[in-house]
Ligand binder design. Structure first.
Ligand code: ZN
Length: 270
């Protein structure tokens, strides 16, 4: 009499610190019998890696095909949807589908979305994380995602613009307070009210109505801060170094005093 076992395989993929990895956990009647993590480097998306994990799962499951019905649990629902779709739009999904069909020729295969709290799925995810954190050294090739190209092109454009900005001889104060090209900060400035843009640009460029600039132009008798009388009244002083403004500075910038380096920190994305 043939004993019918439950052969399950949990598949997961993840992106950690810009690196991707896949994790596979094969179990028979609930007991893990085979585990594997694979690093895929920074080129593919987590979605692509998920397809690769499925393809590899099917290859590995061939040897279990005589043992009983096979169920494959996939962590990412989007991957499952792509595999279930009548029209395959993704090259890597096609590879996975062909491999699934091949496996299904010898054994019934059930493909489903895994429960993220299932300990075996948790294990597959942990393996995927291990894969993502493992240095990627093989020369395995796979299609490069559009997202990867976009990221690389944006990073190169940013690098070149920053180089051009930093090599300028003018705009000293603006370069001090805004040392790198920062699209997000620029977009916030662009979306500000017109009156605020005037004040902010004055702050960044030094072309403002503070006493230091006024003194240089002969418009004020002293460059000293009118609030604390301790230092020259200029953008850097007003933004992070005036004791009389330590309250608002703490409220809006998180610290009572900020030096130039702290004011240069890139604006966090929300
Ligand atoms: Zn002051």
């Amino acid at each position: 009499m043939i004993t019918r076992n439950k052969v399950n395989c949990h598949v997961s993929s993840v992106t950690l610190k810009g690196q991707t990895g896949a994790g596979i956990c094969i179990s028979i009647n609930g007991t893990p019998v085979e585990e594997k993590f694979t690093p895929y480097g920074k080129t593919p998306t987590s979605h692509q890696v998920s397809f690769m994990g499925c393809t590899e799962t099917c290859e590995r499951l061939e040897r279990y095909s005589g043992m009983g019905e096979i169920s494959i649990f996939i962590y990412h629902k989007a991957t499952l949807d792509s595999l279930d779709c009548e029209v395959i739009k993704h090259g890597m999904a096609l590879t996975a589908v062909l491999q699934l069909d091949h496996l299904a020729e010898s054994v019934p295969v059930c493909l489903t979305n895994g429960d993220k709290k299932d300990p075996l799925m948790v294990r597959a995810l942990s393996l995927a994380k291990q894969g993502a954190l493992t240095p990627f050294e093989t020369d395995q090739r796979f299609p490069v995602s559009n997202d990867y190209y976009k990221r690389e092109v944006a990073a190169e454009v940013r690098r070149r613009c920053t180089l051009r900005w930093q090599s300028r001889k003018d705009a000293r104060q603006a370069r001090e307070l805004w040392p790198n090209v920062d699209e997000y900060r620029s977009s916030l400035l662009y979306k500000s009210k017109r009156s605020e843009i005037g004040v902010l640009l004055g702050m960044y460029t030094g072309h403002n109505h503070y006493n230091r600039h006024g003194f240089l132009l002969g418009e004020t008798v002293s460059p000293t801060c009118r609030l604390c009388s301790l230092d020259e009244e200029m953008a850097l002083h007003i933004l992070g170094q005036c004791p009389a403004l330590s309250g608002p500075c703490y409220k809006f910038l998180g610290s009572e005093l900020l030096d130039e380096e702290q004011l240069q920190v890139e604006t966090p994305r929300h």
